[in-house]
Design a protein around this ligand. Structure first.
Ligand code: UDP
Ligand code: MG
Length: 307
């Protein structure tokens, strides 16, 4: 059996179109049975009603509804945890992850011996240029400072076998950055590429700042380099200060020339103060994440489900 997990947040317009495409796709893999696991991530529109309606018509459709919006990562985790298929595929509700690719993905895990098949989009057509620019910067930075490879343009659209899913579930962290976790667990992964598709209906749930915060989360979750940078910078600045002290003392002894001006002094103090504040902030970011982990709260809370 293949479980198709779909996180949905305010997708009342996209969901019926998705269901239609999904049905077309499942008929192309007649050798498997399917379960469609819809996760309602606290939608404020009629997404849950649409889900219940689909479930009433089709016994293959299961739904889980959260008590509030927990974010896509929570919805992904809930989907994986509640899936029962031998294979699980994650897919967005807006048809930006074309279900038509699934037969090819399925062949890769059943015939070519892969544990998972991932997808990446090779273009960012239809996306605001400034967003693409920052996305590219993010991937180049994180890949330089993290041991886990995080592929540029990778989607969460992925087919996994049970072994892979269980490995993901064994990572119990609260701050989940799936794009990194997928790479972290390892196994044999095949990459398929496709051109960006624009969403079929509704609108994106990600504002620029939400994405920015998500990028910071990814960096904090997969690298401790920012902490090391602060230590390194401390060493460099101490060294410079040491050389400067010797220079000033020698100049005073040789030339008898006192140091003039408080302006230079004030700017140095402010500069150093700024750097210190910045790195206290960096430290705080890691501490805050550790604090959230230690509380060990559930990643989602279920309000309703039909199985
Ligand atoms: N999503 C979710 N919870 C959220 C935000 C998004 O479950 O808090 C779902 C959304 O319904 C969609 C998928 O995650 O199925 C991807 O969201 P979206 O299409 O808005 O992101 P984009 O494709 O623009 O990156
Ligand atoms: Mg989308």
């Amino acid at each position: 059996m293949i479980s198709v997990v779909v996180p949905c947040y305010n997708e009342q317009e996209a969901l019926p179109a998705f269901y239609e495409e999904y049905k077309k796709m499942t008929s192309q893999i007649p050798s498997e049975t399917f379960e469609l696991l819809l996760v309602n991530d606290g939608s404020k529109d009629n997404t849950l009603e649409v889900m219940m309606d689909l479930a009433a018509r089709d016994s293959e459709v299961k739904y889980i509804s959260f008590s509030r919006n927990f974010g896509k990562e929570g919805a992904i985790f809930a989907g994986l945890e509640n899936s029962s298929g031998d294979y699980v595929v994650m897919m967005d509700a807006d048809l930006q992850d074309p279900p038509s690719m699934l037969p090819e993905m399925y062949r890769a895990v059943t015939e070519e011996g892969y544990d998972s098949v991932a997808t990446r989009r090779v273009t960012r057509k239809g996306e605001p240029p400034i967003r693409s620019f920052f996305a590219r910067r993010f991937y180049s930075i994180i890949n330089r400072i993290s041991d886990t490879e995080i592929v540029d343009g990778a989607r969460d659209y992925r087919l996994m076998n049970r072994k892979f899913v269980d490995a993901l579930l064994s990572l119990g962290e609260y701050n989940r950055f799936s794009k990194g976790l997928f790479g972290w667990v390892g196994f044999k992964t095949k990459w398929l590429e496709y051109e960006n598709v624009e969403r079929v209906a509704g609108e994106t749930k990600w504002s620029f700042w939400k994405l920015f915060a998500y990028a910071i989360e990814g960096i904090v979750a997969f690298s401790t380099a920012p902490l090391q940078v602060s230590a390194l910078l401390g060493v460099i600045m101490s060294f410079i200060a040491f050389v400067a002290i010797i220079f000033i003392v020698v100049r005073k002894l040789v030339c008898g020339d006192p140091v003039a001006g408080w302006a230079s002094l004030a700017s140095i103090i402010v500069f150093v103060g700024g750097i210190q504040m910045f790195f206290i902030g960096v430290l705080g970011e890691y501490l805050a994440k550790a604090y959230l982990e230690i509380k060990d709260r559930p990643k989602y809370i279920i309000d309703k489900k039909n199985f």
